[in-house]
Write a protein that binds this ligand. Structure first.
Ligand SMILES: Cc1cc2nc3c(=O)[nH]c(=O)nc-3n(C[C@H](O)[C@H](O)[C@H](O)COP(=O)(O)OP(=O)(O)OC[C@H]3O[C@@H](n4cnc5c(N)ncnc54)[C@H](O)[C@@H]3O)c2cc1C
Ligand code: SF4
Length: 325
């Protein structure tokens, strides 16, 4: 047991101030990821700053879109009537994640910040550049069935495990953050990063910053949407490959498409080339297959995960067909 201190805060300012004064602290929300990481010795914050008392739980629609507080619970968001009616892609993705018990505890901010599920990252006896920079990557030559096929580096081939984040990427959401230097907004697509030379950094959140919420711009993606998650079992398993697909149709022609994939990269992977290709095209299986081909440009397998090179394009086509109804 590694001792740690515990502070409960009730304002955003207090949360930021406590972290500034105790830089080796960590925020705790639902604790569904952080507590596991602490038990396994992957991380050891000297103080937990409990942010569950912050007034950041609301889900509110405005003329500009939807605002969700960072402490909104995953199951509350997925069951929210406005979310189900006007942002159904988000509701579907949230429901595909984890188990009902976990979704009842997990928060939106914690979901965005959850760490990779790479087994080498969780096993402190193994090399892992993300956990211990410079120690090597156990997965590169090891068992890498769950790992990335896009945006990898020789330092890390891990994937970001969230389902919710895949939908938020497709929906052009923004992450609202607050820190010692004030407030700022980060486009969801730019929030998570690729490993590059520094696998230890999962995202672009600066030291001392707190996620306060997310904003989703109003969008037409209500009817023709689908979140496809392919996993080893029907529940309680992370995605091998997932696809968030949203279409705006003009008759049988695609006006706009939004596509993002999970389980394939260190960040939710937006398929911009495929989206551009589909705009103005007939919504046919043939065009969806061409879009999937474009989306797979640059994909690379590492052995055990080579099956994703076939699974991913098939999943894109299937998600688009399902989005068509
Ligand atoms: C068995 C299991 C299966 C799972 N399956 C899935 C799945 O299929 N799909 C999926 O998407 N997820 C899955 N999850 C992950 C789950 O969704 C996350 O654990 C959860 O969303 C984390 O939220 P939390 O509030 O519990 O975060 P915590 O565990 O409290 O925190 C996680 C991290 O986020 C940081 N943090 C929390 N809130 C903030 C904030 N507001 N600002 C800045 N930093 C913050 C914490 O400091 C910590 O580093 C699974 C988890 C488990 C244990
Ligand atoms: S893939 Fe990334 S997280 Fe996994 S062992 Fe390699 S460096 Fe660590």
């Amino acid at each position: 047991m590694i001792n740690f201190e515990y502070t409960r805060v009730s304002s955003v300012k207090a949360a930021i101030d406590v972290l500034a004064k105790n830089p080796t602290s960590g925020f705790i929300a639902g604790g569904t990821n952080l507590v596991d990481l602490m038990k396994k010795g992957v991380t050891a914050p000297t103080r937990l700053i409990d942010i569950n008392g912050l007034p950041l739980k609301d889900v509110k629609e405005t003329p500009a879109g939807l605002n969700i507080g960072a402490l909104a619970i995953n199951s509350d968001v997925s069951e929210n009537e406005i979310v189900k009616k006007n942002y159904p892609l988000l509701a579907l993705a949230l429901k595909a994640g984890a188990s009902p018990q976990l979704r009842n505890a997990a928060t939106v901010g914690g979901n965005i910040m959850q760490r990779t599920r790479c087994t080498y990252f969780y096993d402190t006896a193994m090399p892992c550049n993300k956990r211990q920079p410079g120690s090597g990557c156990g997965a590169l030559q090891g068992y890498n069935r769950m790992h990335a096929i896009f945006g990898t580096s020789d330092k890390c081939i891990a994937v970001h495990p969230s389902d919710m984040c895949v939908a938020l990427t497709a929906l052009n959401a923004t992450v609202n953050v607050s820190g010692p230097k004030g407030e700022r907004k980060i486009l969801f697509m730019d929030f998570h990063r690729l490993p590059g030379d520094d696998a230890s950094k999962d995202n672009t959140l600066a030291k001392g910053e707190l996620i306060t919420g997310i904003a989703i711009p109003k969008n037409p993606f209500i009817k023709n949407i689908y979140y496809l998650k392919i996993r080893d079992r029907a529940s309680y398993a992370f995605a091998l490959v997932s696809v968030a697909a949203a279409l705006e149709l003009n008759g049988s022609t695609v006006k706009y498409a939004r596509l993002a994939m999970g389980g394939v990269a260190h960040k939710p992977w937006r398929l911009t080339e495929a989206e551009k290709f589909l705009a103005g095209k007939a919504a046919t299986k043939e065009n969806f297959s061409k879009a999937a081909e474009l989306a797979m440009k640059g994909a690379k397998g590492y052995g055990h995960n080579n099956f994703k090179l076939k699974m991913a394009p098939a999943a894109i086509v299937e998600a688009l067909m399902k989005a068509m109804g």
